[in-house]
Design a protein around this ligand. Structure first.
Ligand code: G6P
Length: 608
């Protein structure tokens, strides 16, 4: 949610900052801006709209400079206009600030600063920072930033430059990610490592309450109150290729097609066939401790919450542990009962989602063990959790999550295997789970090879305004996820339901204009779902079914059938979701939607 980047070095900062913004465009794309420190002072360009517009605007206009900051915005306070785009300036125009997060007490601060004579030019919360820094600036930028931040409540990742301190960028973080990139005679500051991957893979992750001062000659890290902090330089394993489209039309399509590989990465080194067992080193819990776990709470947001719901089915059925799943935004503000023996698992692709992070901190505060299932290595949740598992899906850039979801499911299945084998699962059941897990990537490959058929279905349905998605058991969350994918990227209203619930409301909506997507596998719920299909047919609803390979009966009831290979029940969601991702993708493409950057959404939601 909002991407910030800063550069200081010997090269021209403008192209470096623009490229960095492009890499972080998934974080927000309603307006963008850039500020360069030139001999004549801070030179600023901003615009409403996407980064491509900013690029056009600055071309041949901005002077080259070796120090600058830039921002891509997802509006919170103030509409996405050119005025409200970052960077924001103080009254003198010497100080420029970019910010990711929310200054919660901005109204009080703004009033106070206005009373003191400061003149505001925008509706944003961020502008108070520029004026506060101006107020405290007496020749030392980091001290002024520190004083300003001591008055601020809320979350921030910021980068600040001042034309009176021309060889310097000051960054600080509280609740919003900020990474320092260490290059050769050059330094970067960004919300995400992807923004600087072209230049360096050596990074420092700032923690909350920390600040960094970047200068041509080096950098230093301190607390916001200026006490020295020494930080470790870490190497990022992602490379540039991983954050590029590689010939695909959209990142989302690339990421859907990457799933066989991302699943292999999630499984690698974690399965022991002979013992029907799993190996999960990062949990930081002994087998004895794991046997004592008597309740698991899984908390997450969005697609990760859907993965959590599938996890509930997996863990209860096969590890025999009671599981509750809760939206992180609700969990954090309740007073959940967390007894000894309760483990809280948080699932987050980005590892930065504000509500999920806060839920995890709340759980830890109450003494619970908190485990993270994250994708982004070094993210805040990954660093602050007591232990966890990386899903190793590689960078996910399309705003609608796809490969992270299936990898989260794979990791939940591994966790189920591990806990199950320590408690109730037989070696034979463990072995069959291991061998089926190994086969999952090639089964996903098979589904992907039929993508053109799914595109044909999409062509028939892309003009519809409503969709219903139905499934049962562990494929009920898949129905939710299918509906979410469609909503997110095509703006079609879609709802997911457990199939049996249809008659308690949604059936009222069914007529010839209502396509219903059924996940209807050859399992114990099969006959019941087939009856639900009859009910839809009787009302002239159109049926798209995802079924088990070889099930010809389905063709008699459904208008269209997409087949997935057979696998163990709890692993089916990893397969059934893939056609639903593709269906949503092709429908959105045929509607002419901006698939990778759907309106109003952002990939990493670092505000409440
Ligand atoms: C946003 C994204 C979703 C994502 C959710 C949770 O809403 O658009 O795709 O599922 O955040 O993100 P996380 O990074 O915590 O999994």
């Amino acid at each position: 949610m909002c991407g910030i980047i800063g550069y200081i070095g010997k090269k021209d900062a403008v192209p470096i900052l623009l490229e960095g913004l492009h890499r972080m465009e998934y974080r927000g794309y309603d307006s963008a801006g850039i500020a360069i420190l030139a001999p004549e002072g801070v030179i600023l360009e901003k615009t409403a709209g996407k980064i491509a517009l900013l690029e056009k605007k600055v071309k041949d206009v901005l002077p080259s400079g070796t120090v600058g900051i830039a921002h891509t915005r997802w509006a919170t306070h103030g509409e996405p206009s050119t005025e409200n785009a970052h960077p924001h300036l103080d009254c003198t125009g010497k100080i420029a600030v970019v910010h990711n997060g929310i200054i919660e007490n901005f109204a009080v601060l703004k009033q106070k600063l206005t009373d003191e004579g400061h003149v505001f030019a925008t509706d944003t919360d961020t502008e108070v920072l520029a004026h506060l820094i101006e107020k405290y600036y007496e020749g030392n930028l980091e001290e002024a930033v520190g004083s300003a931040l001591s008055l601020v409540e809320g979350t921030y990742g910021i980068a600040v430059v001042c034309s009176e301190s021309p060889g310097k960028i000051v960054g600080a973080r509280n609740g919003s990610p900020l990474v320092v990139g260490v290059g050769k005679n050059e330094y970067f500051l960004a919300s995400d490592v992807a923004a600087m991957l072209r230049h360096t893979n050596q990074v420092i992750y700032l923690d909350d309450g920390e600040m960094v001062v970047l200068e041509q000659a080096g950098f230093r890290t301190t607390t916001i109150s200026q006490e020295r902090v020494s930080k470790k330089i870490e190497e990022v394993s992602w490379n540039l290729e991983m954050v590029e489209k590689a010939g695909y039309r959209h990142f989302m399509l690339k990421e859907i097609f990457e799933q066989p590989q991302s699943l292999r990465n999630a499984l690698r080194g974690r399965l022991i066939l002979d013992e029907g067992m799993a190996r999960l080193g990062g949990l930081n819990m002994s087998e004895k401790e794991l046997r004592k776990v008597d309740r698991i709470i899984i908390t997450a947001c969005g697609t990760s919450w859907h993965a959590a719901l599938v996890g509930e089915y997996m863990l209860e059925e096969h590890a025999r542990v009671p599981v509750e799943v809760e939206y992180a935004s609700e969990f954090r503000y309740r007073n959940p009962v967390l007894r000894d023996g309760t483990v809280v698992i948080v699932i987050s692709q980005s590892g930065e989602t504000a509500d999920t992070l806060a839920a995890m901190r709340e759980a830890k505060k109450k003494g619970a063990k908190a485990l993270g299932i994250c994708n982004v290595v070094g993210s805040t949740i990954a660093r602050e959790s007591d232990g966890g598992v990386y899903i190793h899906a590689g960078p996910e850039i399309g705003v609608a999550s796809t490969k992270a979801f299936t990898s989260q499911l794979a990791v939940l299945a591994i966790l189920t295997l591990y806990l199950g084998r320590l408690r109730a699962m037989s070696i034979d059941r463990g072995k069959s789970l291991v061998s089926e897990l190994y086969r999952i990537p090639e089964k996903v490959e098979k589904i992907l090879s039929e993508s053109s058929k799914i595109e044909e279905i999409a062509k028939e349905y892309f003009t519809h305004s409503n969709f219903l998605y139905l499934g049962r058991g562990c494929n009920f969350p898949v129905a939710l996820e299918g509906a979410l994918k469609l909503k997110e990227i095509s703006y079609i209203h879609a709802e997911g339901y457990p199939a049996a619930e249809m008659k308690h409301g949604p059936i009222a909506l069914i007529d010839e204009n209502m396509p219903v997507v059924f996940v209807c596998l050859r399992d114990s719920a099969y006959d019941k779902i087939m009856s639900n299909m009859e009910e839809v047919r009787a009302r002239r609803g159109k049926i798209i079914a995802v079924g088990t390979e070889g099930d010809t009966e389905l063709q008699k009831k459904a208008d269209h059938v997409i087949y997935v290979p057979e696998t163990l029940g709890i692993l089916t969601p990893i397969l059934t979701v893939v056609p639903l991702q593709l269906l949503a993708y092709y429908i959105a493409v045929h509607r002419g939607c901006d698939v990778d950057q759907p309106r109003n959404l952002a990939k990493s939601v670092t505000v409440e």
